[in-house]
Design a protein around this ligand. Structure first.
Ligand SMILES: [Zn+2]
Ligand SMILES: [Zn+2]
Length: 375
């Protein structure tokens, strides 16, 4: 195979027909002889057009993919064998393949708004009233855009066809092209007396309140889609969708990572050494957490099921309590004496240290850091 049509169009081998059309349209605009008449551009334009001719036709594309040459070697002669001019011209002039007048009704725009929620609302879900600025159908004209008692008028310029046809000379020969009628924007009709409420658009801007259900487990960046709650389209077109993007406010006690919640608890050295029971806050209220004797700084305790809910799934993540053991400071003489006695009893009066890297010592420094730095 001498010519790589995919490479000529700059698309991958699994490109969709839409991708191919887009790629060709872009190249055609750039290389069209009317824009760039020099031989080099014209030559490339011919190659690109040949590539489009093959790849835009499912049968020819398949033949090409199987190693055949659908243009039959007769290069340079376009239009041989069922070459679809319509498609090529559509690609050129950016025209939609539709014929005849187009309808005024179009789908409304999608809208996006961001809401801030507290961590507990994100974890448990909540309901929220929102006020949105949007477009709704105009009551005064029932979305028609016409003043009461008036009606549409057939466009005088295009006689209602919505497009103007034109014979064009191109290197492909004489071709008939159609462009939307500028007098009626392709609608085929005009509105001689627009509705004064909506200026002929068929919709008016308004402020609307709606209630949003925030499902349990949402996180910053989660989008909730409310189908049909966006702006209505002009002239009675269907409404777009409303997307609600969630931003979770930072919490004083907990940092969230996925379904897990993390917090740090500072523990006196004596409690860490002797073990204790702590009452800790969770989003569900207080829970008792056992600290085993001999707990080291940087260790963590897992409180099962007290993390965030799993979005679109069941169950909840865990809460991780990271322990930071505090060395006592500001000892009075009696306390100092007691600690010296303890040191003596533990043969620690002369300090024996074990020296090594952070990794070798079990990641003493890194554990706490790991828990919080990966965000
Ligand atoms: Zn017209
Ligand atoms: Zn109106």
């Amino acid at each position: 195979m001498s010519t790589d049509y995919y490479a000529l169009l700059g698309v991958s081998r699994d490109a969709t027909p839409e991708d191919i059309k887009k790629a060709y349209r872009r190249l055609a605009r750039e290389l069209h002889p009317d824009v760039n008449p020099d031989p080099e551009h014209q030559d490339r334009f011919k190659q690109v057009t040949a590539a489009y001719e093959v790849l835009s036709d499912p049968e020819k594309r398949q033949m090409y993919d199987l190693g055949g040459d659908p243009l039959g070697g007769g290069r340079g002669g376009f239009g041989a064998g069922g070459f679809d001019f319509g498609d090529i011209m559509d690609a050129f002039f950016g025209g939609a393949a539709q014929r005849g007048p187009r309808t005024r009704a179009r789908r409304g725009q999608d809208a996006l708004i961001r809401i801030q929620v507290d961590l507990s609302d994100a974890v448990f879900g909540s309901s929220r009233d929102l006020t949105v600025d949007t477009a709704v159908a105009c009551d005064a004209c029932q979305a028609s855009g016409m003043a009461q008692g008036s009606s549409l008028q057939t466009c005088a310029m295009c006689k209602g066809r919505g497009e103007l046809q034109q014979m064009q000379r191109s290197f492909l020969g004489q071709v008939m092209t159609a462009r939307p009628c500028p007098a009626c924007q392709g609608f085929g009709t005009t509105i001689p007396h627009p509705c004064t409420e909506c200026s002929g658009d068929g919709r008016v801007r308004t402020r609307r309140t709606l209630t949003v259900q925030v499902p349990p487990g949402v996180d910053t960046g989660t989008r909730i889609q409310l189908t049909g709650e966006g702006e209505v389209g002009p002239h009675g077109g269907p409404a777009g969708d409303l997307f609600i993007e969630v931003v979770v406010r930072p919490h004083d006690l907990f940092e969230r990572r996925g379904d897990e919640l993390h917090c740090v608890v500072t523990l006196p050295m004596t409690a860490a050494a002797l073990g204790t029971s702590l009452q800790l806050q969770t989003l569900d209220g207080p829970v008792d957490v056992e600290i085993r004797p001999g707990t080291q700084s940087g260790e963590s305790v897992t409180v099962r099921g007290h993390g965030a809910a799993r979005l679109r799934s069941s169950g909840r993540g865990d809460m991780h309590v990271h322990l930071s053991v505090q060395t006592p400071t500001g000892l009075d003489p009696a306390q100092e004496d007691l600690l010296r006695q303890l040191a003596g009893l533990r043969d620690e009066a002369t300090v024996q240290v074990s020296q090594g890297t952070a990794t070798a010592s079990g990641g003493l420094f890194s554990r706490l850091k790991d828990a919080f730095s990966s965000r």
